[in-house]
Design a protein around this ligand. Structure first.
Ligand code: IVH
Length: 680
């Protein structure tokens, strides 16, 4: 033994070193790709590193270790969520990129199965959703765990977030539900939701998500499930995991059963006979992808029979019975003719590339969003550049990269405008934001957008007052701020094109009716930056009146749950602005009287106080406080004789000691969950 160590031949030592380095590199890129959604190398480059390691391990089997990337399925789990080990590894798929590669897959299948080349295999064809893979565990029909794929062996416990997916049953329905059913599937965002989330992000001055997949991953990995709940994630099931007490004969049978128990299954799934039908399906989906409400990046073909699947078996990372048929990317090369600046409601100025029109899969593209100047700088996009443009699940295409080899020497870098292109006001860049904003209070597009927001359904809900009428009010000079809406007369409306008596009185009535909206809606309608519907509601509940809110100090604001320094500062900035106060005064004078909401009383914890201490691992302090407050109790910071409960997490220190000393009831996190009835 010692001898052989001393004798270590050089090639082996070199191989060991290289294998270590490859593992480190692969782990690093796995993490960038799977965990951080920010790959630095292409799939092809990754594959070549991977194959090099596989080759080394094949030559020197003693180098293989369980933690080698070849022995798992790729990536590492994030640390912040609890780790979940999948009962069965979650595999990946091999890719085919055109119809001949699809036919090669069919020939391989038949060869392994010992079938003639012209035999007809039964396949199930499915759209390949571009989201992220998760596993859902149903025990006795109840959803107990939802986990991300992670590295295929271990994922992250995102149960709380999974539970917010409305399409998913928390308990299965129907007959014959097995004691254990694991289903795998894709969590994704509709294109509509993706665009909405990005519009919100841009309005808030945050960097938007590059595509729906990143948006879905970002939403599912939120530590705060309330944020996830605001992101309408969807799910389609596509494969079984470990199951007990049930046998499925085929993929089709599995999908039928799970759909029967209430798990969403994509209605476009189709069972077909033979490979030509799968090619036809691939081509059909490539056409239909344009009109689907979610992003797909290919189709997946699976041998239907589970007996045949077992016979075909698996390679280390992917099954031999399935293949992903990828669509060609929706990209084209064109030229940036100009970079223009568009102004939104909150004054955010977005750079937009005007392109030489180019067709990308049936759609003529002449504009691409550049999101913000950080993005322009990072990609070094200049007027006159030749660029690769991609339509990736967004109505507005994006610039992927510049073809620098084709750069013209006179291509000029683009700078943010010094003045607002609409009103000429000063433009500023706020610290910590990627956005550049126009600070002009009377900037026309800002006024238009702010009135539209004010009148919208979730705000003051002024029925009938849509974009068309608002445009006319502005161009006739009848409104300069939202307050002017409450000073309009019938004669004002009669100056509109094609306006009748009836319509004018309907609009006046709608405006009149909006005067009594509740305070939460009114606060939301004001369009204060960072104050969405929920925050507005919390503010209304906490302060009870507009006057109180107007006078609230920064400290009072930040003491409200959900409200951090940024939001508090933004509220203060809004009410410190005399123009805003004048607008509010004019509305109140005209009879706007936001109705005050009652604080909830009579909950189970009315009069009870809770202190949370130590490291909480099942919920955040904010969540726990909310649960308590929703039931009429209060969450306080320090322990006294009056404290009713102390909830102690890991490493609880002096507060726990004090509670014991004072004889206050101490609960573990689990006991607290039981108390609020959230467990199980
Ligand atoms: S089957 C062993 N079916 O594609 C079977 N995967 O490259 C594993 N995907 O990680 C997956 N739609 O996230 C399957 N209908 C579908 C799919 C699908 C999307 C994703 C999934 C997987 C990746 C594999």
């Amino acid at each position: 033994m010692q001898l052989s160590l001393l004798d270590t031949p050089d090639p082996k030592e070199t191989a060991r070193k290289r294998a270590d380095e490859l593992r480190r590199l692969l782990e690093h890129h796995n993490r960038l790709y799977y965990v951080l959604d920010a790959p630095e190398i292409s799939d092809a480059e990754y594959d070549s590193l991977f194959r090099e390691l596989q080759a080394l391990e094949l030559r020197f089997p003693e180098l293989v270790s369980p933690e080698s990337p070849t022995q798992r399925v790729g990536g590492t789990a994030l640390e912040k969520f609890r780790a979940v080990t999948h009962r069965l590894p979650m595999l990946s798929l091999e890719n085919a990129t055109n119809d001949s590669e699809i036919r090669e897959f069919d020939l391989r299948v038949k060869k392994v199965l010992g079938l003639a080349p012209d035999a007809v295999v039964e396949y199930v064809c499915e759209p390949k959703l571009d989201g992220l893979a998760v596993e859902l565990v149903y025990e006795e029909g109840v959803l107990t765990v939802g986990a991300t794929r992670g590295d295929g062996i271990t994922g992250e416990d995102v149960t709380a977030n999974i539970r917010t997916i409305r399409a998913l049953p928390l308990r299965l329905g129907g007959k014959g539900i097995p004691p254990l059913l694991e289903v795998r599937g894709e969590v994704f965002l509709s294109l509509e939701a993706f665009q909405r989330i990005n519009a919100e992000k841009e309005e808030q001055g945050e960097a938007p998500f590059a595509n729906p997949r990143n948006a879905a991953a970002g939403s599912l990995r939120q530590l705060d499930p309330r944020i996830t709940a605001r992101r309408p994630l969807s799910f389609f099931c596509y494969a079984p995991g470990a199951c007990e007490g049930v046998e499925f004969g085929s993929q089709q049978e599995f999908l039928n059963s799970t759909a029967g128990w209430g798990v969403p299954v994509n209605p476009l799934v189709r069972r077909v006979q033979g490979i030509e039908a799968t090619v036809a399906y691939y081509l059909e989906m490539q056409q239909r992808r344009e009109s689907l409400p979610y992003e797909i990046d290919g189709t997946v073909i699976k041998v239907d029979s589970f007996a045949l699947q077992r016979e075909l078996g698996e390679k280390s990372r992917s099954p031999r019975w399935a293949v992903a048929c990828k669509f060609p990317p929706r990209q084209a090369v064109t030229v940036v003719e100009n970079i223009i600046h568009s102004v939104g409601r909150t004054g955010v100025i977005t750079p937009v590339a005007q392109l030489s029109p180019v067709e990308i899969s049936g759609v003529t593209v002449s504009r691409a969003t550049l999101h913000n100047w950080d993005e322009i700088t990072a990609k070094d996009i200049r007027v006159g550049d030749t660029v690769v443009v991609e339509r990736a699940g967004d109505v507005i295409p994006a610039v992927v990269r510049v073809v620098t080899e084709r750069r013209n020497s006179n291509a000029q870098p683009s700078l943010p405008p010094a003045k607002c292109p609409e009103c000429g006001s000063e433009v500023v860049r706020i610290a910590d934001e990627v956005a550049v904003r126009c600070m002009g209070l009377s900037c026309p597009p800002q006024i238009r957008e702010s009135i539209m927001h004010f009148a919208s359904r979730n705000a003051m809900d002024i029925e009938g007052l849509g974009e068309k009428f608002i445009e006319q009010l502005l161009s006739l000079g009848l409104v300069h701020s939202v307050a002017d809406l409450y000073h309009l007369t019938r004669d004002d409306f009669m100056r509109f094109e094609r306006m009748g008596d009836k319509l004018a009185s309907n609009l006046l009535t709608a405006i009149e009716n909006s005067k009594q909206r509740d305070l939460g809606r009114f606060i939301f309608a004001l369009g204060i930056r960072h104050v969405g519907e929920r925050t507005a509601k919390s503010l209304a509940q906490a302060f009870g009146s507009l006057e109180n809110l107007e006078r609230a100090t920064f400290e009072e604001l930040t003491s409200i749950r959900d409200i951090g320094a940024t939001v508090a500062q933004s509220i203060r900035t809004f009410f410190d602005n005399q123009e805003n106060i004048a607008v509010i005064r004019r509305m109140l004078e005209a009879g706007v009287a936001p109705a005050v909401e009652e604080k909830r009383v009579g909950g189970r914890f009315t009069g009870k106080s809770f202190v949370f201490t130590g490291k909480l691992s099942h919920f955040t302090r904010e969540d726990a406080s909310r649960l308590v407050e929703d039931e009429g109790g209060s969450a306080v910071g320090s322990v006294s004789k009056k404290t009713d409960f102390v909830v102690a997490g890991e490493d609880a220190g002096s507060k726990l000691a004090k509670a014991r000393e004072l004889g206050v009831t101490v609960l573990t996190e689990e006991e607290f969950l039981e108390l609020v009835g959230q467990k199980g």
